[in-house]
Ligand binder design. Structure first.
Ligand code: ADP
Length: 190
């Protein structure tokens, strides 16, 4: 289990779980959302471009996102494996990732799908907004991100389901409980 994706709606706890799982498996956690936010904060050209989309809750264009992930996956610390969080989010991104992995002669081991219902997600994100003050955590933008997830990202899960590599995990409950469920779903001891 060294090349993994974690997929789930905004607020499902992907980032939190990604860090815990990657520590347990000794692989790098790569979050496209975090990379974008770091670039926005640093005022890089990528950040300036991405900010327009992120603040409105829209996806950054595939071409921009794919190039960024390709660069990240070429770095040395990825050699032991990776857990990608927040990518791929569209069918075109699935194709792009397939091509990147093929070029490296590697394959995905599993796709973790974290589930949670929309009301719980909105409540969690509004709470996060109070704590972290993310510009895209207003109720209107949250609802938009959720509907984009339901419209666009469902197909991503379906494409990996066809390959038989999706492990579905209930994201409701205490953080450690969810981590245990995830590790069990991967057949990895806690
Ligand atoms: P969320 O909690 O909504 O899942 P993330 O932190 O993963 O948030 O991402 C925040 C924002 O960064 C997204 O709403 C989107 O604008 C941008 N983003 C992140 N990953 C991608 C991606 N794979 N493709 C396009 N845009 C992305």
């Amino acid at each position: 289990m060294s090349r993994l994706l974690i997929i789930g709606p905004p607020g499902a706890g992907k980032g939190t779980q990604a860090v815990k799982i990657s520590e347990r498996l000794e692989i790098v956690a790569i979050s496209t959302g975090d990379i974008f936010r770091a670039n926005v904060k640093g005022g890089t050209p990528l950040g300036v471009e991405a900010k327009k989309y992120i603040d409105a809750g829209n996806f950054v264009p595939d071409s921009v996102t794919n190039n960024m992930v390709e660069d990240r996956l070429a770095q040395e610390d990825v050699a032991n494996g990776f857990l990608l969080d927040g990518y791929p989010r569209t069918s075109a991104q699935v194709d792009a990732l397939d091509a990147m992995l093929k070029a490296q002669n590697v394959e995905l081991d599993a796709v973790l799908q974290l589930t949670a219902d929309d009301d719980e997600l909105v409540a969690r994100l509004l709470k996060r907004a109070e704590i972290e003050g993310r510009a895209d955590d207003t109720e209107e933008v949250i609802r938009h991100r959720l509907s984009l997830y339901n419209e666009e990202t469902r197909i991503v899960v379906e494409r990996y389901e066809e390959r038989g590599i999706v492990r579905k995990v209930d994201g409701l409950g205490a953080i450690d409980e969810v981590t245990e469920r995830v590790l069990a779903a991967l057949n990895v001891s806690a």
